[in-house]
Design a protein around this ligand. Structure first.
Ligand code: TNX
Length: 511
């Protein structure tokens, strides 16, 4: 990412000026080259195909999917990769060189990432961010060679996908993406090496769905969208077969919008209060021989996963779901909360696939006072808290931005940048010396600001003393603020989140 290439960089000559127009000889990577042309144009460079192009792209099947080699000489540039993804990263490296000084130093490099999953989770349900803003963020991710955008598209405060079959979903939530916009964002991301994994969170965090179709809750009573953040009692009824019929029809419409082979179905923070007084849930448990409400969630998850499988997709689930022994076989787990440490450690030890997103390490909705640039870098994304086994490393890292308290594009970008680049650096290269990294990061953020992106100013990257204390307390107070009167009885009791969790919260965030 930040002007640095993994592998042996040898400066063989002085400089190589990139000509305008840039000519490319390219046998196999159409979409990577299409995106490159667009991005080069933004920098004032035309590009065209040519038999003896200044840049030649050559297939080399020996290389891994994301690896590439780049050889830069005065006379021309040669890229080798096994497929589109490697070409995208090679061309992205070249773009960065254009950004730095309009020319590239003559060098040879072999580059590849340490980890396969380098993600950003973006919550567009609590507050909505339009397709243009999502694309702006995707472009910055790609420039940092991040490769997954986990798009959190529904929650208690809103549903964000146009649905032709269930139009009340998007009509109730008002702000949403049309299907055409979604296809456009997905294609834009794909050309830039970013896989989009959609998330429809369920059975909890579903007031967005239930505000439009209350018949799929246990009580069937009509209630509006949530007006504040929190964990709500209202969730989908897991006992009723009509819930699954509805989800099947809905997923039949949504799955084809997203080419990814993965689909996130959430599973976090699903209080069982309503299930416990629902006769339909009780009947389903009896029918299935289930005696535990966590296992009813497991049953729900397995049924939804079976639907996904028809579309060639495997489910990803937040680690709360591991509280049930009933699980989809092909799942991947996303670790966010220390509260489910025991079941997570067991799952990991048994060889389950997982993605690391510990809230204390990787949440970008938390202010810099709680998760500073330096702390993120120096912790090197600490895996200690989930008792992971060295033989079973995570697929990679995903940093999350939740938006209960983020309302504007500018604020969103400042939360994400520069910290996304810390994660990108660690996920691609691994850690090194903080001072050296910080110097590069400062340069990179200057480039980013030139592109019109809002970034947290340097003096706020690592708040200390009183400034830190104030910023952290302000955030914690807002997070724990009571919702409006008429919403309070809807909230679930989360005071039993667990001692581990409370301890960690105190030690990390309260001074
Ligand atoms: C927990 S992370 C949540 C989200 C909140 C977030 C706030 C996760 C799976 N659930 O619903 O937005 O904390 O930081």
């Amino acid at each position: 990412m930040i002007p640095r290439i993994r592998g042996n960089v040898q400066v063989k000559d002085d400089v190589c000026h990139i000509p305008n127009p840039i000519t490319l000889k390219n046998d196999f990577s159409e979409s990577a080259v299409h995106a490159f042309s667009e991005r080069a144009a933004e920098r004032g460079f035309r590009s065209e195909a040519a038999e003896d192009g200044f840049i030649s792209i050559v297939k080399n099947l020996v290389l891994d999917e994301e690896a590439y080699t780049l050889s830069i000489e005065k006379e021309g540039i040669r890229i080798e990769a096994s497929g589109e993804q490697g070409v995208i990263w090679a061309l992205t490296t070249l773009l960065k060189k254009i950004d730095q000084d309009g020319c590239a130093c003559a060098e040879e490099a072999a580059d590849e990432p340490r980890t396969a999953h380098r993600g950003l989770h973006l919550d567009v349900a609590r507050h909505f961010f339009d397709a243009g803003e999502v694309k702006r963020i995707i472009e910055q991710m790609s420039l940092a060679k991040m490769n997954v955008l986990h798009w959190h598209l529904s929650d208690d405060q809103g549903w964000r996908i146009e649905s032709k079959r269930f139009p009340k979903l998007h009509e109730t939530s008002v702000d949403y993406y049309t299907q055409e916009e979604i296809r456009d964002v997905v294609a834009y991301a794909g050309e830039r090496g970013v896989e989009i994994i959609p998330e429809i969170d369920m059975p909890g965090h579903t007031r967005g769905i239930l505000a439009a179709y209350p018949q799929y809750s246990c009580s069937g009573k009509k209630r509006g969208l949530a007006k504040a953040g929190g964990v709500y009692r209202r969730i989908l009824c897991a006992g009723a077969d009509k819930t699954y019929d509805f989800l099947e029809e809905l997923l039949d419409e949504i799955c084809p919008l997203f080419p990814s082979e993965r689909f996130h179905i959430g599973g976090d923070e699903a209080p069982k209060v309503e299930w416990k007084s629902c006769t339909v849930c009780a009947a389903k448990m009896k029918e299935q021989g289930i005696t535990d409400y966590e296992d009813l969630q497991g049953y729900f998850t397995v049924r939804v996963s079976e639907i996904l499988r028809k579309y060639g997709k495997r489910p990803i689930l937040w680690n709360d779901s591991l509280e049930s022994r009933i699980r989809p076989e092909d799942m991947q787990m996303q670790y966010w909360s220390v509260a489910y440490n025991r079941s997570s450690a067991e799952y990991i030890a048994q060889g389950g696939q997982w993605i690391y997103s510990d809230m204390f390490e990787l949440y970008l909705d938390y202010p810099h006072a709680m998760t500073s640039v330096k702390k993120m870098y120096e912790n090197q994304i600490d895996l200690g808290s989930c008792a992971y086994n060295a033989d079973n490393a995570p697929l990679g890292y995903e940093t999350c931005v939740w938006t209960e308290q983020i309302t504007a594009d500018e604020e969103l970008e400042k939360r994400i940048f520069p910290r996304l680049y810390v994660v990108a650096e660690l996920a691609w290269f691994g850690a090194g010396d903080y001072e050296e990294f910080e110097a590069r990061l400062r340069e990179e953020m200057k480039e980013m600001e030139k592109r019109g992106i809002h970034v947290t100013p340097y003096e706020d990257w690592n708040p200390e003393g009183q400034k830190r204390q104030q910023e952290a307390s302000r955030f914690m107070a807002a997070m724990h603020a009571k919702p409006p009167e008429d919403e309070q009885e809807e909230l679930a009791d989360t005071s039993e989140a667990g001692e581990d969790f409370q301890k960690k919260l105190k030690s990390r965030f309260l001074l």
